[in-house]
Each structure stands twice: as structure tokens, then as C-alpha cells.
Design a protein around this ligand. Structure first.
Ligand code: 5GP
Ligand code: ZN
Length: 115
């Protein structure tokens, strides 16, 4: 996708701070972090949302997310974390390229997240 910022990150055309990489995903720090260590698990191939991504990639997505979360949680000394995926504008998805948020949490961090 020509105008997709995450495709540009994957292609190295937009600089990013890489946490780690697997065959089909990269994990980078969010450029506008809501919490210390806030990171994004991004598919290397463009899919508009989670529902467009083939199920064959689920296991790798989870493994990559787990590995990155372990690394980030240790790095920032978090006590917990949220894994969040926004799908569709109405649900807060700004970038239409599938990505999961890793949000490291600490007591009294002030972050409001409710389901
Ligand atoms: P969404 O709201 O689509 O789920 O989240 C998009 C995320 O991408 C936001 O948290 C935003 O801060 C992040 N973001 C937007 N532009 C860039 C960028 O150029 N680089 C990185 N690393 N993150 C970005
Ligand atoms: Zn894209």
C-alpha cells in the first residue's frame, strides 16, 4: 500500500525503534507512546484489520507478541500489561494496517482503559 505509514515502517522508509522481528511481524516502539514502553506488533504484509489477516498467522502473532511483551515488561519494570487491538475507525483504529498495542502497566500510571 503506497500511502500506509506502517508499510513504510516495514520497508524501512520511515525510521522506527525496533524491539524485535519475526518472519511475518515486526515490533516497534510507538512514536507517540501513551505509556513508557508502548509498542506495536505490526504485520509485515498489509492487511486492513485483524479480520483480514489469514488465520495461519495467528500463532506467530501470539508468539511474537509474547516474546516482545516479555522483553518490554522487563525493560521498563512493568507490573502488568494490556494487549489491545483496535479494529475500524469507530473502535479507535487510526492506522488501517493490522497492529496490536503492547501497553506496559504500573500501579498508579494514570492510564484509563476500560472494557
Ligand atoms: P491505532 O489508533 O490505529 O490503533 O494506533 C496507531 C498507533 O500508531 C498510535 O498509537 C500512534 O501513536 C502510532 N503511530 C502513528 N504514526 C506512527 C509512526 O510514524 N511511527 C510509529 N512507530 N508509530 C506511529
Ligand atoms: Zn500497510
Amino acid at each position: 500500500m503506497d500511502d500506509c505509514i506502517f508499510c513504510k515502517i516495514v520497508a524501512g522508509e520511515i525510521p522506527s525503534e525496533k524491539v524485535l522481528e519475526s518472519e511475518n511481524f515486526i515490533v516497534v516502539k510507538d512514536a507517540f507512546p501513551k505509556l513508557n514502553g508502548h509498542s506495536l506488533v505490526i504485520s509485515k504484509k498489509h492487511y486492513d484489520s485483524f479480520l483480514d489477516m489469514p488465520s495461519e498467522l495467528y500463532e506467530e502473532l501470539l508468539k511474537t507478541s509474547k516474546e516482545a511483551t516479555l522483553k518490554i515488561v522487563k525493560e521498563v519494570g512493568a507490573e502488568g500489561f494490556n494487549l489491545v487491538v483496535n479494529n475500524g475507525r469507530v473502535a479507535g483504529q487510526i492506522v488501517p494496517h493490522v497492529h496490536w498495542h503492547i501497553l506496559p502497566r504500573k500501579k498508579d500510571d494514570g492510564f484509563e482503559f476500560g472494557v
